[in-house]
Ligand binder design. Structure first.
Ligand SMILES: Nc1ncnc2c1ncn2[C@@H]1O[C@H](COP(=O)(O)OP(=O)(O)OP(=O)(O)O)[C@@H](O)[C@H]1O
Length: 254
């Protein structure tokens, strides 16, 4: 279970002064659910996800993963989550197998169960053809699968995908969406951040629409469609964003 309540992150920015990147964001995600974070560049999605993965500390608010506070229990939280982004750096000289094995060891897995887990993952993700290929010689698609295997190696109950399909060709992106669905079937708790509406439509059980650090609305797509009386997700999304921008402008003017 992911529980986020009033999460806020401010940055002291030289140009912008005190800048609120994430503004009182709240949501929950249950096991077996894919929760979408949909927002344009700069909406604050990555900041939320970095706080959940303990890379950043929140300025205020609460985030808990399976009951553990991200701020107070970062080590426990790291054991409970896997993080997949589009720019995971891999060591050029390490093979696919060595890379995933290395991260399993970092999670404290013993040799035998780790080996069994690697066999299972390489089979599931169809990576056996290139288990001995070094990262320097891998295609983008191969690298992405290694990044997924790396995030799954310790079998965490929570998986976070941050703009994970960015830069992938259609086939590879499609495979990734299928991997995410399979993880839902396995009862994992999933967050999937994207700016691509079609991905949300095809994948997510519930979605939060984010803009300028705030969640503008959240719910199932059907609930959002009904609430805003708009069937087309793209129109709904841009309608919400432009209304929010107008409100910001009139707030600033008053
Ligand atoms: N270290 C930082 N210092 C100052 N501002 C930052 C810092 N990191 C992020 N920001 C700002 O916070 C806002 C939210 O950024 P964030 O990366 O979370 O957005 P995002 O929704 O993930 O968008 P993108 O898809 O572009 O990553 C942006 O305006 C960004 O410029």
């Amino acid at each position: 279970m992911i529980y986020v309540q009033n999460l806020t992150k401010t940055y002291d920015d030289l140009q912008r002064g005190r800048f609120v990147a994430v503004d009182r964001v709240s949501f929950t995600v249950s096991p077996g659910e894919i929760f979408g974070l949909l927002g344009p560049n700069g909406a604050g999605k990555t900041t939320v996800l970095r706080i959940l993965s303990t890379v950043l500390r929140p300025t205020s608010g609460t985030a808990r993963i399976h009951g553990y506070e991200v701020d107070a229990d970062p080590a426990e939280v790291r054991g409970l989550i896997g993080f997949v982004s589009n720019n995971t750096a891999l060591y050029d000289r390490m093979t696919a197998w060595e890379t995933v094995q290395y991260f399993g060891r970092l999670h404290g897995m013993a040799a035998e169960p780790l080996n069994e887990r690697l066999e299972e993952l390489f089979e599931q993700l169809r990576m056996n053809d290139y288990r001995d290929v070094p990262a320097a010689k891998m295609s983008t698609g191969m690298k992405q699968k290694v990044s997924i295997a790396r995030a799954l190696v310790h079998d965490p109950p929570v998986l976070i995908f941050d703009e994970a399909t960015l830069g992938l060709d259609v086939m590879v992106a499609r495979n990734l969406l299928q991997v995410v669905r399979n993880l839902r079937e396995a009862g994992k708790c999933l967050i999937f951040s994207t700016h691509i509406m079609r991905e949300v439509e095809r994948l997510c059980d519930r979605v939060a629409i984010m803009h300028r650090g705030r969640i503008l609305d959240t719910g199932t797509l059907d609930a959002l469609r009904e609430r805003h009386d708009e069937h087309d997700v793209e129109d709904l999304f841009f309608g919400l964003l432009s209304r929010h921008e107008q409100e910001d402008l009139s707030e600033a003017a008053s």
